[in-house]
Write a protein that binds this ligand. Structure first.
Ligand code: SF4
Length: 78
């Protein structure tokens, strides 16, 4: 699974960090870092994180869809 966080939407609520701490973490007070391609064993936790995000900033895609997800985020950021 591929993970993309739209950092323009992210409000640093931290729900993703609680749901999947092995994938999402804060670097400093509000700077979110995450694994773009986490281990498959984290898929359920990542899906919970995406559902829990109040800003709906977490986009998920299968490997074959990664380019599509990235393009969607890039389009939103323009
Ligand atoms: S839950 Fe959503 S808004 Fe909160 S830190 Fe994670 S990605 Fe950002």
């Amino acid at each position: 699974m591929r993970v993309v966080v739209d950092l323009n939407r992210c409000q640093s609520y931290g729900q993703c960090v609680f749901a999947a701490p092995e994938v999402f973490r804060f670097q400093g007070a509000e700077s979110l870092e995450y694994d773009h391609v986490p281990d498959a064993g984290s898929d359920q936790a990542v899906e919970r994180a995406a559902l829990a995000c109040p800003a709906q900033a977490i986009l998920l895609g299968r490997s074959a869809e990664a380019g599509v997800v990235s393009q969607a985020v890039a389009a939103e950021m323009r």
